[in-house]
Write a protein that binds this ligand. Structure first.
Ligand code: PMP
Length: 400
């Protein structure tokens, strides 16, 4: 009965790793998926995470019962504080409902499904380009996906005018997906002044902001600085949604830990919204897993572990920033034609190199360097040792 099923294409991002694993070359380099690597090219488990896990293992009072549908209450409270700020008036006024979800992706999906059922406007505007999964997550949630201009290939920066025009002509009430920081794939973020203009436009048109926060702390090294755009939206008293992921900033990728928060107008509304979020979650996966969220709660509640985490997080962000400088310097040293200053200007895990699909294919074929075909490279996958190889490949690709 399944003989008619056709072979599906590989995922455009995860498929890069599949191709990389098949390559027997000793010099191969995977810059596809956005996962942090050390200078030695190894994945890391943060010390704060190891210590939290030890505490959890040694606590014999812990059991494996089901969690509530919305997850661990303390995790939810601490997650809301992390993103909205410890002194957030919305939290103090109990206007925020937070539910534990399956990392960033699951949080976006639960938010999308909730909006499709309970919000009056179906259109969601996502930036062009964006993380590829956004399109499918929101379309399958039942929303109508539209795009707003975001990236300007000519300047390799923000198309701010285009963004304002497109959001300005969106129907009143439309949902707007915003990358909280470290925009994926472009590495281009609005300045705080531009954020303020975006906020005024969104509020004046009664658009509904939905923040995707997958990189809090990874952009600047500061958890507070990277949350600033969201906090200014929350400070004006209006509604918003935010999907948080602990994949990158705590290195908990495969533990699938995240949270969806919805900031409402009143405490009353927040209670009813939460009751409906439960009806979204229950038939999807019943309730979330315990382990990852317990690690996060253990770190966020303990001053020492929290401090240790922030130091380790800053070190990861700083290593990425240093890779940007090293790659830029290596291209300068080779006299590679073109302006490569965007490598040091862009923010977060990725550089949107501006290389085209043909140049990417050349670099994979000749240099065994793997990246997405849009020319995005994960700076976190680079090291001092591999920068010269990448610079050679880019130089060869653009001077061919
Ligand atoms: N949003 C963006 C912009 C991302 O880059 C990612 C991860 N690549 C996610 C969401 C979701 O990641 P996860 O589900 O692993 O938390």
């Amino acid at each position: 009965v399944f003989a008619h099923v056709v072979q599906a294409p590989e995922d455009p991002i995860l498929g890069v790793t599949v191709a990389y694993l098949k390559d027997p070359s000793p010099i191969k380099l995977n810059l596809g998926v956005g996962a942090y690597r050390t200078e030695e090219g190894k994945p890391v488990v943060l010390n704060a995470v190891r210590k939290a896990e030890h505490q959890l293992v040694n606590d014999v009072s812990r059991v494996k019962e089901y969690l509530p549908i919305v997850g661990i209450a303390e995790f939810n409270k601490l997650s809301a504080k992390l993103i909205l700020g410890a002194d957030s008036p919305a939290i103090q006024q109990n206007r925020v409902t937070t539910v534990q979800c399956l990392s960033g992706t699951g949080s976006l999906r639960v938010g999308g499904e909730f909006l499709a059922r309970h919000y009056h406007e179906r259109s969601i505007y996502i930036p062009q380009p964006t993380w590829g999964n956004h399109i499918k997550v929101f379309a399958l949630s039942g929303l109508t996906v539209k795009t707003y201009r975001y990236y300007d290939p000519a300047t390799r920066g923000l198309n701010f005018q285009g963004l304002l025009e497109d959001l300005g002509s969106a129907p009143s009430g439309a949902i707007v997906l915003l990358h909280a920081c470290a925009h994926n794939p472009t590495g281009v973020d609005p300045t705080l002044e531009q954020w303020e203009q975006i906020r005024q436009l969104i509020r004046s048109k009664a658009l509904l902001p939905f923040f995707d926060s997958a990189y809090q702390g990874f952009a600047s090294g500061s958890l507070d600085a990277d949350a600033q755009p969201i906090r200014t939206f929350a400070a004006d008293g209006g509604e918003l949604l935010v999907a948080q992921s602990y994949a990158k900033n705590m290195g908990l990728y495969g533990e699938r830990v995240g949270a969806l928060s919805i900031v409402c107008k009143t405490a009353d509304v927040a209670v009813r919204v939460e009751s409906q979020l439960k009806l979204v979650i229950r038939p999807m996966y019943s309730n979330p897993p315990i382990h990852g969220a317990s690690i996060v709660a253990t770190i966020l509640r303990d001053r020492n572990l929290y401090d240790e985490w922030t130091v380790e997080l800053k070190a990861m962000a700083d290593r990425i920033i240093s890779m940007r400088q090293q790659l830029f310097d290596a291209l300068q040293a080779r006299g590679t034609p073109g302006d490569w200053s965007h490598i040091i200007k862009q923010i977060g895990m990725f550089t949107f190199t501006g290389l085209n699909a043909e140049q990417v294919a050349f670099m994979t074929g000749e240099y065994h360097i793997y990246m997405t075909s849009d020319g995005r490279i994960s700076m976190a996958g680079l090291s001092t040792k591999t920068v010269p190889h990448l610079a050679d490949a880019i130089h060869a690709a653009v001077t061919r």
